[in-house]
Each structure stands twice: as structure tokens, then as C-alpha cells.
Design a protein around this ligand. Structure first.
Ligand code: NAD
Length: 354
């Protein structure tokens, strides 16, 4: 019998499959809306314009200035356009940065959100919003933040560059690893976490070999959905806190930082949560930290924080910051332990086993 647990199913509608971009108009109508502001980054502006053209009268316009870490100044400009154009919902087409902008708008005006997810970051199924103002990143959780509808169309990921696919996929896997030992994990979230890891472990090497393999792209998107659900369903610990510290304090890029650290944080916590991590370890040859490192290396993933520009001299400050605010974690989070972990991740070594 499982230990007593509480499980709250994630609300929201998911439309999955090749060609599902064509359903955006129907899905807007299903939300009871008529005019969508289509959001994207500057890089994906052509996709946003194409979608707006496809929507015709159902598009109130495009806003293509979404940026990493959801700057409040960008949100305010987008809010003004939302009101000026008489939009009644947002459609975010892109990864976590664009989805963050849609969430930031919805958190302020409760606009229904439809997301067309094109990376593996998982933000589209969480009620979490991180935003930056005056150089500080803060995080809020609110039911209004979780998008109502998510469309996963693998066709839109065929062109996601391989390096980004690998980092983004490892970023998703990090959600699943931490979900397995979360204090509020339950049998359902653990099933989804292991299935998410399995799907991404299977898909990413195929994507490296053939980036436009539709089946592998679909498998990766399916895995990233499961990993995103568990990110939004249970509490995250050492790994996500450490990535937040490095992202906020040292301006490290999101997906790559997750990708480099996950073998090390998994190894650190395996010493105390080996039983809960066993199903994940089994996928990676029994040693989760080492296995994840070997997997990341085999698919050309980033391995060293120094390659991302973090300086040796930053490590002690990062370790100090990482232990400032205590949180629940399977293994005690000590300054020396974190410094040793960061030192190995900085130089790109295989994780220590204890
Ligand atoms: P991103 O959204 O910043 O995308 C990186 C770049 O890739 C952008 O230029 C984007 O336009 C482009 N891109 C996206 N999909 C593409 C595709 N299919 N083909 C070609 N180019 C594509 O990257 P990300 O890793 O998805 O998101 C990172 C951000 O999301 C961070 O700010 C992070 O904090 C946030 N995030 C939030 C949550 C949450 O639950 N709140 C979860 C995960 C990530």
C-alpha cells in the first residue's frame, strides 16, 4: 500500500499531436474568446505572424518582444497593447520566455491563456511565474497563472536547434528527478516523472542523430509535458534552488545551467534518497548522477559551468547564497557540500558518488 498522500490533478486542457497548430482558432473559441494577442520572442516573430494570419479576425495583433526572465517593463508594454487592441485572451507561441509573458499578463488581468509550446521547459503546465524588476527575480504562484489550454504540435519543434533541444530536454528531466524525492510526491506524480524521464532518455539521442525526426520530436514533447506537470504539482528542492541562485545571482542561462547541474544534484541527493530515486537510476544503469552525466555527454550536452562564464572566484559566493534560505531537501544542504558540488560542475567533472 502506498503511504498516505494528497494528489490534486492539474487543471487545463492539452491538445497533442502533429498538425494541432491548426486547432488554435477552435481552441480560442472553446475558451469563450474572440480576439487573441499572439505573443512570441523577436526570434519567433515569423511564427507569431503566420499564426496571426491564420487566425484572421480572431487575432488582435502580435507582440513579439518576450524576453528571458519576464521583465516587468516588457509585460507593461504588452498589457497596454492588449488593452488598446481589445484583445480578450493571449496565445503564447514559444518556450518559457514567451509563456512567462502570457502568464504575467494573465496574472494581472486574468485573461485566458492558450500556449503553443515549442521547447521542453515545461512552464506551460505550471502555476509558477518568475519575473524580473530592478535586477531582482521574484517568483509567484497563483491559479490564474496556469494556462487554460496547451497545444503540443511536434512539427513546431523540428527546427529547435540540437544544442537547445538537448539542454531543454535535460532541463525537463531535472523536474522529474526532483519530483521523485519531493516531500509531497505521490504515486501518480512519481509515475509521471519516471515516464517523462524514460521518454526524454529515448528521444534525445534520436533528435541528436536526426533533428527533424517527427516521432522523436513527439516523444520528447510528450516527456516534457509529463516533466512539466510534476514541476507544477510538487515542491522542488536543491537542484531548482541552486539553479535559481545561479540564474538570478550570476545571470546564468536557464536551460544550460539546469543541464549541467542535474547529474551533480542527483548524485548529492542519491546518498539520502536512493530508494525514491531507484526507478530513475534503473534507467541510467543504476548510478543516477554518473549515468545522467554520461548520458548528457553522449548527446553533446553542456558539462561545465566555466564554459557558461561562471568564474572560479564566484563559487564561494554562490555556495554562501545557496544556503542562505533553508528549504526541505532529502540530504542536509551544507555550504561545504554545495561548494564541492559546484566545483565539480564548474570544471565539468563526473559527479562524486557520495
Ligand atoms: P526560451 O523561451 O527563452 O527560448 C530560447 C530561444 O529559443 C528563444 O529565442 C525562442 O524564441 C527560441 N525558440 C523556442 N522554441 C523554438 C523552436 N521550436 N525553434 C526555434 N527556436 C525556438 O527558452 P526556455 O528554456 O524554453 O525558457 C526559459 C525561461 O522559462 C526562463 O526564463 C525560465 O525561468 C522560464 N521557465 C519558467 C518555468 C515556470 O514554471 N515558471 C518553467 C521552466 C522555465
Amino acid at each position: 500500500m502506498p503511504a498516505p498522500f494528497i494528489h490534486a490533478s492539474t487543471p487545463g486542457r492539452v491538445v497533442f499531436g502533429p498538425g494541432t497548430l491548426a486547432t488554435v482558432g477552435d481552441e480560442i473559441a472553446r475558451l469563450g474568446c474572440r480576439r487573441a494577442l499572439v505573443l512570441s520572442t523577436d526570434f519567433q516573430a515569423p511564427e507569431a505572424e503566420r499564426l496571426a494570419d491564420m487566425l484572421g479576425d480572431m487575432a488582435a495583433g502580435t507582440f513579439t518582444e518576450a524576453a528571458m526572465h519576464t521583465p516587468v517593463s516588457v509585460t507593461e508594454t504588452a498589457m497596454a497593447q492588449f488593452e488598446d487592441t481589445g484583445a480578450d485572451c493571449v496565445v503564447a507561441i514559444g518556450g518559457g520566455s514567451t509563456i512567462g509573458l502570457g502568464k504575467a499578463i494573465a496574472w494581472r488581468n486574468d485573461a485566458p491563456q492558450l500556449v503553443v509550446a515549442t521547447t521542453y521547459a515545461g512552464s506551460e503546465v505550471t502555476d509558477i511565474l518568475g519575473q524580473t524588476e530592478n535586477g531582482r527575480k521574484t517568483t509567484v504562484r497563483d491559479p490564474r497563472i496556469r494556462p487554460e489550454t496547451v497545444i503540443y504540435d511536434p512539427d513546431l519543434t523540428l527546427g529547435l536547434p540540437v544544442a537547445m533541444s538537448v539542454s531543454s530536454g535535460l532541463n525537463a528531466m531535472a523536474h522529474a528527478v526532483e519530483a521523485l524525492y519531493a516531500p509531497d510526491a505521490n504515486p501518480v506524480t512519481s509515475l509521471m516523472a519516471v515516464e517523462g524521464l524514460r521518454a526524454l532518455k529515448s528521444a534525445l539521442p534520436k533528435i541528436v542523430d536526426a533533428p527533424d525526426d517527427p516521432a522523436a520530436r513527439g516523444e520528447a514533447l510528450y516527456g516534457s509535458w509529463l516533466c512539466g506537470i510534476v514541476l507544477g504539482a510538487v515542491a522542488m528542492s536543491l537542484h531548482h534552488k541552486l539553479c535559481h541562485t545561479l540564474g538570478g545571482g550570476f545571470d546564468m542561462p536557464h536551460a544550460e545551467t539546469h543541464a549541467i547541474l542535474i547529474p551533480h544534484t542527483a548524485a548529492y541527493n542519491a546518498a539520502a534518497a536512493g530508494d525514491r530515486l531507484a526507478p530513475a537510476a534503473a534507467l541510467f544503469g543504476g548510478d543516477l548522477g554518473g549515468g545522467l552525466y554520461d548520458f548528457a555527454r553522449s548527446i553533446g550536452g553542456p558539462l561545465s559551468l566555466s564554459d557558461l562564464g561562471l568564474r572560479q572566484g564566484d563559487l564561494t559566493r554562490a555556495a554562501d547564497m545557496a544556503v542562505e534560505n533553508p528549504y526541505e531537501n532529502p540530504r542536509e544542504v551544507t555550504r561545504d557540500g554545495i561548494l564541492a558540488l559546484l566545483s565539480r560542475a564548474h570544471s565539468g567533472q563526473r559527479p562524486a558518488t557520495t
